[in-house]
Design a protein around this ligand. Structure first.
Ligand SMILES: Cc1cc2nc3c(=O)[nH]c(=O)nc-3n(C[C@H](O)[C@H](O)[C@H](O)COP(=O)(O)OP(=O)(O)OC[C@H]3O[C@@H](n4cnc5c(N)ncnc54)[C@H](O)[C@@H]3O)c2cc1C
Ligand code: FES
Length: 278
């Protein structure tokens, strides 16, 4: 993986996705590509707005949704102060991009790999699916509350076997949770790998099943961040360091383990389910 660099990138365009009932809630921001040597799927960037869009001291973290020689794509939800300002960007605007940051989601060419995404957690899996050396070994279960066209689902579905599950009611949600458990059990039997990204309650559910069925599972955390470089300690999570970094498929759950505070920005955002306390 290459060292992160700070660069100024130009907005190429900003495309609203779907109609969530609210004004342009989900958008794909396409930027000129930074001069990165390489990136790994699961890494993220800090974006910082300035000039007409306000002088924000801290950047905000976003998954690298897709990067090509032509562009860097960030898929985001306009939910707060900075992201609502990002929704007003225009082609030609320039913003600060700091990246690529963080560690990689695990890629194992010949291992059946299940991707579990909740809502905006679908973003890092677009790059993952497009760069995986054997996408036929990937499958995805995608839980979402808003209409499917609010999310970049089509660009994933063209690469891998992906199934959407809309959650309008508690019964829908329970069905989705039961399906996730069944799929994780299948992957445990096949000595497969599970990767999950989504809100913390969703990740807790995945973690419970990972420990119950002893399936190797990586969780992509979306902890709130400040500096993005390990200095402010605003993104600390507790991690059991003694547990082996890459657990064997039949790894026992580490009980009575000593936990250490680690920064999500520099040591994550991807952690093994048997190591991290959520
Ligand atoms: C590694 C990583 C990758 C991420 N990738 C994406 C992505 O691809 N697309 C995307 O839309 N968002 C992503 N996020 C979340 C994104 O960083 C936040 O939505 C953003 O920082 C909010 O900034 P704001 O100023 O608009 O919101 P604020 O005004 O700071 O907060 C608005 C609301 O959003 C909530 N919020 C803020 N940050 C988070 C967070 N990290 N998790 C949950 N709730 C939060 C606040 O509690 C508050 O309710 C990622 C976060 C991390 C750590
Ligand atoms: S965001 Fe400052 S230490 Fe991680």
């Amino acid at each position: 993986m290459s060292y992160p660099i700070l660069s100024k990138e130009t907005v190429l365009d900003l495309v609203p996705f779907g109609n969530s009932g609210q004004e342009a809630e989900f958008l794909a921001l396409r930027l000129s590509p930074p001069a990165w040597k390489e990136i790994a799927p699961g890494q993220f960037v800090m974006l910082r707005l300035s000039g007409n869009h306000g002088n924000h001291i801290w950047g905000r973290p976003f998954s690298i949704c897709r990067v090509t020689p032509r562009d860097l794509v960030i898929f985001f939800q306009a939910r707060g102060r900075v992201t609502k300002e990002m929704a007003k960007l225009r082609p030609g605007d320039v913003i600060d991009v700091w990246g690529p940051l963080g560690n990689s989601l695990r890629v194992e060419k010949d291992t059946p790999t299940l991707l579990l995404a909740g809502g905006i957690g679908i973003a890092p899996f677009v790059e993952y699916a497009h760069t995986h050396p054997a996408p036929w070994n990937l499958s995805m279960e995608f839980g979402h509350r808003l209409p499917l066209d609010c999310y970049p689902f089509d660009s994933l579905n063209e690469k891998i076997d992906a199934a959407p599950h809309r959650e309008n009611t508690v019964e829908d949600r329970d069905r989705f949770i039961a399906l996730m458990e069944k799929r994780m059990q299948e992957h445990a039997k096949a000595k497969g790998l599970v990767l999950a990204c989504g809100p913390t309650p969703f990740l807790r559910t995945v973690q419970t099943f990972a420990l119950k069925h002893k399936v190797r599972t990586q969780l992509a955390l979306e902890t709130r961040m400040g500096c993005g470089v390990g200095a402010c300690l605003g993104c600390v999570v507790q991690v059991a360091l003694k547990a082996s970094l890459i657990p064997p498929a039949d790894s026992p759950v580490c009980k009575g383990e000593e936990y250490h505070n680690l920064q999500t920005c520099t040591c994550g955002p991807n952690f093994w389910a048997h190591q991290v306390k959520l």
